[in-house]
Ligand binder design. Structure first.
Ligand SMILES: O=C(O)Cc1cc(O)ccc1O
Ligand SMILES: [Fe+2]
Length: 437
């Protein structure tokens, strides 16, 4: 399948698979071409201000009401939803995990979703969940839509193909995709085994951060976001549609594929982004800036500057700051930090935080470079150094992240994580030089 994409972030796109299938000059003609049904998919209230008003018009073989029958309960017990509090006994702490193991049983993208933290409350449309997915099986006749939020997908091992009602997105590690709330899709695997991270956003949509004095360029540039062109299938064989709705799963059986959108236009659509196109901006003389300079996407919470979610990356970059402790400083943060590593090594943690791993530094819990990292950075010759072959990321939220039982009991949790700070020495000895012996 040759895939094509349209560039731009939040554009008003239009795309058709058959000539003349997209109505021009109106949304809802009396009889759309090809006998298609017109349907609006609203991602914001009708009355949202222009800057946040999102909707698309889909021209499809059957309207979506024909893609649902009677629902039955379905069960995906490892995919949890906030609030999910108190289902384990693990004490408060800073935590780190080695990669989630690949499954031994046939496991598709939905079955392979393992929730590590939840935050906020899905019923109030605030907060998020941080998941890891592991899968070895493509979805063939099963499809999903998630009414609980949009999904930000960060592959770490293996390629994925998101076959959605608005087109097909292929995704490799190093790229990310966002699937809007309510979008119908299935996930095919490009490789035999896949793993990655997902941030499920219950709140207002992810958008590009304001750049302030940085100006119009650098960081994530809008043209590097890609939305798929329309694609449809006419498949008249049994299919299932699974719905995640307020934390519960439901399934309905239908006699055809719900991926039947022949043409669409609008600004509510899935997209992908290659993290290698992020142009980092940083400290050119001294000091270590806040990681907000590396925000790719931010989901506002309603309170200015206080994100429901920031999606932040730590990309390859030059370190040039003079007379500076270059790695992250020690800190305590009102925001809660879930981190993953796509490949390479992370600045402040050369050992122990491995690709596919996770770290969790929750609301106000102290963290920072491990003891070897501190030693090295405190004594380093501060010539320009390129931090290369690395890509870490953070799902940061204003809400505390509640660990799930799955996360608490996962066998790859590193019992000794906090020992990485054990060897940080007292250097205060009453002299201005301190004790650097
Ligand atoms: O804790 C972390 O490793 C993430 C992080 C990186 C950084 O450069 C500054 C602050 C911060 O929380
Ligand atoms: Fe941090």
């Amino acid at each position: 399948m040759a895939l094509s994409y349209m560039p731009g972030f939040g554009n008003d796109f239009e795309t058709e698979t058959l000539p003349g299938s997209l109505p021009q000059g109106r949304n809802s003609p009396q009889r759309p071409a090809y006998g298609l049904y017109a349907e609006q998919l609203s991602g914001s209230p009708f009355t949202a201000p222009r800057g946040t008003n999102e909707r698309s018009w889909l021209y499809r073989i059957r309207p979506s009401v024909k893609h649902t029958g009677r629902f039955k309960a379905a069960s995906y017990p490892r995919w949890k939803t906030a609030p999910n509090v108190g289902d384990h006994e693990l004490a408060l702490g800073q935590y780190r995990w080695n990669p989630v193991p690949m499954p031994n049983e046939p496991t598709d993208f939905i079955q392979g979703m393992r929730t590590v933290t939840t935050a906020g409350d899905v019923l109030g449309q605030t907060g998020m969940a941080a998941h890891v997915y592991v899968a070895n099986t493509s979805m063939v006749d099963d499809h999903l839509f998630n009414a609980d939020g949009e999904l930000l997908v960060v592959p770490q091992v293996g390629g994925l193909r998101f076959v959605t009602e608005m087109g097909v997105i292929e995704l490799r590690p190093g790229e990310i995709a966002v699937l809007p709330r309510g979008l119908v899709f299935k996930v095919e695997l490009v490789d035999a085994e896949v793993r990655g991270y997902v941030c499920e956003n219950y709140g207002a949509k992810l958008t590009l951060p304001d750049r302030g004095p940085i100006g119009a360029n650098c960081l994530a540039n809008p043209r590097d976001f890609k939305t798929p062109c329309a694609w449809f299938e006419e498949k008249e064989t049994p299919c299932r549609l699974i719905v995640k709705w307020c934390g519960n799963f439901h399934v309905t059986e239908i006699g055809h594929s719900p991926l039947d959108v022949v043409a669409w236009h609008g600004n509510y659509a899935p997209y992908k982004y290659d993290l290698a196109t992020f142009s980092p901006v940083g400290a050119l003389l001294f000091d270590h800036p806040d990681p907000s300079i590396f925000t790719v996407l931010t989901a506002p919470s309603g309170e200015e500057g206080t994100a429901n979610i920031d999606f932040v990356i730590f990309p390859p970059r030059w370190l040039v700051a003079e007379d500076t402790f270059r790695p992250p400083w020690y800190h305590r943060n009102i925001m809660s930090e879930f981190m993953g590593l796509i490949h390479g090594q992370y600045d402040a943690k050369e050992e122990g935080f491995v690709p596919g791993g996770i770290s969790l530094h929750n609301l106000m819990l102290a963290h920072g470079p491990d003891a070897p990292g501190f030693e090295k950075a405190s004594r380093a010759d501060l010539k320009p150094v390129k931090l290369d072959n690395t890509m870490a990321f953070m799902f940061e939220t204003r809400f505390p992240q509640m660990l799930t039982r799955y996360g608490a009991e996962l066998e790859t949790r590193q019992d000794n994580y906090i020992d990485c700070w054990a060897d940080l020495k007292k250097r205060f000895n009453g002299t201005p030089e301190g004790d650097w012996s």
